[in-house]
Each structure stands twice: as structure tokens, then as C-alpha cells.
Design a protein around this ligand. Structure first.
Ligand SMILES: Cc1cc2nc3c(=O)[nH]c(=O)nc-3n(C[C@H](O)[C@H](O)[C@H](O)COP(=O)(O)OP(=O)(O)OC[C@H]3O[C@@H](n4cnc5c(N)ncnc54)[C@H](O)[C@@H]3O)c2cc1C
Length: 385
């Protein structure tokens, strides 16, 4: 790996050539799905969709410093970062717990963004109490036959494969009869029924399995030992996989203060409304403190001292901070923050309304804030039940 300076100019040159203006919009929501997929595939050709993964699986093989340079250069031009359930959840879990064969077969297509994955955890009777899941998988020869139902499956209508929690021993205690199974979505026996949201989009779906087939070579971890794999994946989902990214993002948003200055009265350089001023200042301080905590976590992780429950703390804090930030933005904007579509509102105002709504969901997916609080109480503070 070359020096950081030469790598920085290599990244700049590559981005200048491969990252068109329309990709420089900061967030994925501002790109069409097709355009986003094309962009992640382009990054994949250079190994930069998964910059830290080993090159043998199609990753970039970059160490922490080189990854930081890549992400700084991408942020500097607002290039949309790569994302996806394969990249952020399944891939890191397979790197930790998958067999060599599973890594060889599944990681390169994730790096090249050729296959889209979805997550089959929640069921109508199993959300926060995930281990109550009822979807069954029964062994038939060298295949499992899956029957049951999942819900709130993000991206299922477009997904090629699913990583799915299934019950393989109905007689075992509930945490001990679960396996972690991978199988294709495009097969007989899988029916996807999209759930239409208030904005007309259909990202979510109910997924019904009626005789879906999975190879025994696609059980990750031991049969009936899937709960450990499921928890490992949740740690990646909740953010332990990327404390560096969270640290870099946290506490750096100037948006709220600028927004308040723009929309509200300012006297002697201060916002006129003392109550709102205090709430914004408190938010900014908490956000800075969160950024520093995540930076510390990233440094500890780099020397192998990751605090086990940092994932729950990170998920709880960033999702609650995100809600507070958007609540404050709504207060600042007043009636300008109520636009949904149509004339009379600017695009940035309409985007704010959507952002405010999205943050409501952030403290639900991947485990609600109440559940993160329970985990922190039990595992970090050791409070007896
Ligand atoms: C945007 C979004 C995307 C999602 N994507 C996926 C996906 O791709 N795949 C997938 O499998 N799932 C997905 N989910 C589902 C998500 O994981 C569940 O919604 C979540 O785990 C909560 O489960 P639930 O909805 O069944 O609520 P419930 O578990 O029924 O909870 C209802 C309420 O009760 C509270 N509660 C429950 N138990 C306790 C307790 N012990 N102590 C205190 N309070 C408690 C909860 O905090 C919540 O407020 C997604 C959800 C959202 C919002």
C-alpha cells in the first residue's frame, strides 16, 4: 500500500474520472435506484464498494488510514457512499463467521453489487422479541424446505437473495432452535407482497415462504446455532461495524445552526428565541459528545478493544439525536416544514419534511430504542432484572 499522499491523489484522479456530477448529491435518497446501483457497481470495479474487505473477495484491502482518506475524498465532493444489506450486514458477518466456501461464493458478488440482499428477521409475532420467530426450515436430503412469513422486509421486491432466521428445532428452548440461512428470492415457494407506504413507495414487503428451498451449504454458523450469528449481524446493523463513519459524520453538521440563522431573528449574533437557542445548543453539545465517543470507539476497535455493547449505545444515541435534530429543524421552519409535495414549497423544504419522517423509523429498525435501553441496562450497567 502506497503513502497516504499518493493514495489521496490516486483517489482524486479516479473520482474525477468516474464520479459524474449527478452522483455528487451527498445522500442516496437523491438518486434513482438504477443510478445508485450503477454507481456502487462502478466503485466495485475498483474494490471501493467494500474498501476494507480482503482483495481476494473483491474488496479494496485498505487499512484504516487509507479507508479514511477514501471516505474524506468522497465526502469532499459529496459522492454518495456505497450501501446495501450485503455490504453493511451480511458481508461483515460472513467475514467473521462464514465458511471459506460461503465467503468465496457470496462476498465477490456483494463487492461487485451484482446481487441485492434483504433481511428476513421480523415476523408478525416476532419483532422486539425476535427469538419467538416461527418460520420453519425442515431438512430434506441436502436442502432445507422453508415455510412461514416475514414482514417489514426492506428491499424485498428487488432482492435477489435473503438472509433469513428460521426455526430448525421447534422443541429446543427458543434461542437454541434457530438457524441462519441464505437462499435465493427468485424461486417458486417465495412470494413477495409489497407494503405501500404513505408516500406511495413500496420498499417494504411481507414475504411468504411455502416450500422455498435452501442448500445445506448455506447455513451460516452451526445448525440451531443461528442466534449467535443473528446477534453478530445486528451488531453490524446497529453500527459497530462503522464507528469511524459515525465519528466522522457526528457533530459536524452545520445545518441546524445555519437553518436557524436563516429563518429566525438574530440579535447580537444570537438567535432571538432563547428557549430554542438553548435546545439547539444542547443538541450541538450532545452531538459533539457522541462524535467523540464514536471516535474513541473507532480507536479502541483499531487495537482490538471493542466494547461489546457499543453497537446498542451507538444505535440508540444516533437515532435519538437524529430525531431531535429534525424536530428542531421543524420548529425552526414552522409552516415551511409542513410541505409534502406540489407547489409553494422549495425542494429543500420538501426534503426536510421527508427527512423528519424518516428519522421516526430510525429508532425502530434494527431494534427499537426501548430494546437498546434494555440491552444497555442489562449488559453494560448490569442492572438486575
Ligand atoms: C424502516 C424500517 C425498516 C425495517 N426493515 C426490516 C428488515 O429489512 N427486515 C426485518 O426483518 N425487519 C425490518 N424492520 C422491522 C423492525 O426490525 C421491527 O419493526 C422492530 O424490531 C420492532 O418490532 P415490531 O415492529 O414488531 O414492534 P414490537 O416488538 O411489537 O414493539 C412495539 C412497541 O413495544 C415496545 N417494546 C416491545 N418489547 C419491549 C420490551 N421488552 N421493553 C420495552 N419496550 C418494548 C417497542 O419498543 C415498541 O415501541 C424494519 C422496521 C423499520 C421501521
Amino acid at each position: 500500500m502506497g503513502s497516504l499522499d499518493s493514495f489521496r491523489s490516486e483517489v482524486r484522479d479516479w473520482l474525477a474520472e468516474h464520479c459524474p456530477e449527478e452522483i455528487r448529491v451527498g445522500v442516496r435518497e437523491r438518486l434513482s435506484r438504477t443510478r445508485f446501483d450503477e454507481w456502487v457497481r462502478t466503485l466495485g470495479t475498483r474494490g471501493w464498494a467494500a474498501p476494507g474487505w480482503p482483495t481476494e473477495y473483491g474488496g479494496g484491502g485498505l487499512d484504516r488510514e487509507h479507508r479514511a482518506v477514501l471516505s474524506q475524498e468522497m465526502r469532499a465532493i459529496k459522492a454518495v457512499p456505497p450501501a446495501g444489506f450485503g455490504l453493511s450486514m451480511l458481508g461483515p458477518t460472513l467475514l467473521d463467521l462464514g465458511t471459506d466456501d460461503q465467503k468465496q461464493r457470496h462476498l465477490p458478488p456483494i463487492c461487485r453489487h451484482e446481487l441485492i440482499w434483504c433481511q428476513g428477521y421480523s415476523e408478525p409475532g416476532a419483532g422486539s422479541d425476535l427469538a419467538s420467530l416461527q418460520t420453519r426450515a425442515v431438512l430434506e436430503g441436502d436442502e432445507y424446505v422453508v415455510t412461514g412469513q416475514k414482514i417489514w422486509t426492506t428491499g424485498a421486491p428487488h432482492a435477489d437473495w435473503i438472509f433469513c432466521l428460521v426455526r430448525t428445532d421447534p422443541d429446543a428452548p427458543k434461542h437454541e432452535g434457530i438457524s441462519f440461512l441464505l437462499f435465493p428470492m427468485k424461486q417458486e415457494g417465495v412470494k413477495v407482497s409489497p407494503i405501500r407506504l404513505i408516500d406511495g413507495t413500496e420498499h417494504f414487503a411481507q414475504v411468504f415462504f411455502d416450500g422455498a428451498r435452501a442448500s445445506t451449504s448455506d447455513v451460516v454458523g452451526p445448525v440451531n446455532g443461528g442466534w449467535t450469528v443473528a446477534k453478530r449481524l445486528l451488531q453490524h446493523e446497529r453500527g459497530v461495524a462503522n464507528p469511524e463513519g459515525r465519528a466522522a459524520g457526528a457533530g459536524k453538521k452545520k445545518g441546524l445552526i445555519d437553518l436557524a440563522r436563516e429563518h429566525l431573528g438574530v440579535r447580537d449574533g444570537k438567535l432571538d428565541d432563547p428557549a430554542l437557542r438553548e435546545r439547539i445548543a444542547q443538541y450541538e453539545m450532545d452531538s459533539q459528545a457522541f462524535g467523540l465517543t464514536m471516535k474513541r470507539a473507532a480507536e479502541e476497535a483499531s487495537v482490538g478493544q471493542t466494547e461489546r455493547q457499543i453497537a446498542s449505545m451507538s444505535k440508540f444515541l444516533w437515532s435519538e439525536l437524529g430525531k431531535r435534530e429534525q424536530d428542531l429543524a421543524m420548529q425552526v421552519l414552522g409552516s415551511r416544514g409542513l410541505g409534502w409535495r406540489g407547489e409553494g414549497f422549495e425542494d429543500t423544504e420538501l426534503a426536510r419534511t421527508k427527512r423528519w419522517l424518516i428519522t421516526r423509523a430510525d429508532s425502530i429498525w434494527g431494534g427499537t430504542s426501548e430494546i437498546q435501553r434494555n440491552i444497555i441496562a442489562k449488559r453494560v450497567l448490569m442492572i438486575p432484572e
